[in-house]
Design a protein around this ligand. Structure first.
Ligand code: COA
Length: 252
């Protein structure tokens, strides 16, 4: 159980909110588990027709809690704790439309999960980055499959291999953000979009969405492959040095 994630149902929309603002909503194992529960539970709940994921105002998420990475780097295998993998599995298998509200940083898995969403609202304060390279790691969450599909190899290379950050406007131009709004308004706008989706014929929405999406088994194959490499990289000298540097920076 954690207070850092809430899931509340607003008519037919389940709103999942990340609430760890002092740590820029960095995701702990408990938070991954809570998000998974909210997504998985919606699959069999016919009342829920749409999901919203929001970081509230100020940050979407700073990605995986780096303290977890530091701990995992001490394991002989470097395996990521299962809750993070289960969260990626929940995203891959999710069959309900998912709307994201991004206000502030979306780092690492914060950006990766955006490519599993169906509609993305970003505020002008939003930025998207996957600094895997700077951590000595490799892409995860099927991003190595979905990002090039969404914006072509060259822009995917700049983001995933060079770790370049993308602004909200650039993300809209790249095609993975639908609309850019003023800071503080992303969640309201996302809820509005969700209500529009909920008003559409549910069965036809589900079938049409399925036609558009990469099948879960293809996503899982890529996620498993990435996870194996990710685990191997986690114990690398490059990764351990980067995790320690982040926390040393704090103390300086
Ligand atoms: N894991 C653990 N703690 C994190 C974190 C993370 N991923 N991201 C931020 N935090 C913590 C900081 O340590 C800090 O805690 P403190 O107040 O106890 O010192 C707090 O959140 C605020 O972060 P801070 O760095 O002061 O905010 P900022 O606005 O200057 O920078 C980020 C925000 C997100 C750019 C920066 O924190 C960062 O680069 N975080 C790491 C992101 C990352 O590499 N994620 C993993 C990707 S795979």
């Amino acid at each position: 159980m954690t207070d850092n994630v809430t899931a509340t149902d607003d008519d037919a929309t389940r709103v999942i909110t990340l609430r760890r603002p002092d740590k820029k909503n960095a995701l702990t194992q408990d938070m991954y588990a809570a998000i998974s529960r909210a997504i998985d539970g919606a699959q069999t709940d016919s009342k829920i027709r749409c999901l919203v994921i929001s970081g509230g105002a100020g940050a979407f998420t700073a990605g995986n809690d780096l303290d977890d990475f530091l701990k995992a780097s001490g394991n002989s295998t470097g395996d990521r704790p299962m809750n993070a993998i289960n969260f990626l599995r929940s995203l891959a298998h999710n069959a309900k439309p998912l709307v994201a509200a991004v206000d502030g940083v979306a780092v690492g898995v914060g950006t990766t999960m955006i490519f599993h969403c169906d509609y993305v609202i970003a505020s002008t304060a939003a930025s998207f980055s996957t600094p895997f390279i700077h951590l000595g790691l490799v892409p995860e969450g099927a991003s190595s499959l979905l990002v090039p599909m969404a914006m072509g190899h060259q822009r995917a290379f700049a983001m995933l291999v060079m770790g370049q950050k993308i602004s909200a406007e650039d993300a809209k131009q790249a095609g993975f953000v639908n609309a850019v709004v003023a800071p503080g308004h992303a969640e309201d706008e996302a809820r509005k979009i969700a209500r529009q989706i909920c008003a559409l014929p549910a069965e036809a929405v589900a079938l049409s969405r399925k036609l558009l999406k990469t099948p879960p088994e293809d996503l899982m194959r890529r996620i498993d492959h990435e996870s194996k490499l990710f685990g191997e990289r986690m114990t690398s000298q490059e990764a351990v040095a980067a995790f320690n540097a982040f926390f040393a920076r704090k103390k300086a």
